[in-house]
Design a protein around this ligand. Structure first.
Ligand code: ZN
Length: 149
């Protein structure tokens, strides 16, 4: 299917957007098939847009101001939370580095001694694995719960 073009289609679109089609252009629409189709399709779409714009109910200025204040307040809260999270992460990192540098060898020796003293019978292994998982998961769960507020 081939489509024929007319050089006056842009002019017709401009006229339809303005809402006024000059009589001379109107006469051209009657004789030109592409412009006639464009007039029907674009005219219907533009009419639909005009009706939709007319039916929009804008909220009052006070309501819009209140919504903007609320949005600005929420954005400020989110920015503060991000900054706080970065500060907490940096503090935690520094604390881990300091603890590791000061007590690293003692902690390692203590963990080895503790691990050596644990009875390794098959009944205790699942309980130890569960305890280790709880120790690992508890801080993450706490973080997730406090972050959702
Ligand atoms: Zn035409």
């Amino acid at each position: 299917m081939s489509r024929h073009f007319c050089t006056r289609e842009d002019e017709l679109l401009d006229a339809l957007e303005r809402g006024y089609v000059a009589p001379e252009l109107n006469a051209h629409i009657e004789t030109c098939t592409p412009c006639g189709e464009l007039y029907r399709v674009a005219g219907a779409l533009l009419n639909d847009r005009a009706h939709a714009m007319a039916e929009v109910v804008l909220p009052s200025a006070g309501t819009m101001w209140w919504r903007m204040q609320l949005r600005r307040h929420r954005e400020a809260q989110a920015a503060a939370r991000r900054s706080l999270l970065i500060g907490q992460a940096a503090t935690l990192l520094v604390a881990i580095i300091l603890i590791t540098s000061f007590f690293g060898t003692r902690i390692t020796a203590g963990v080895r001694e503790l691990a050596g003293s644990v009875p390794t019978d098959t009944l205790m292994l699942p309980a130890l694995a569960l305890l280790a998982m709880a120790i690992f998961v508890a801080p993450i769960a706490g973080y997730v719960v406090t972050r959702q507020k």
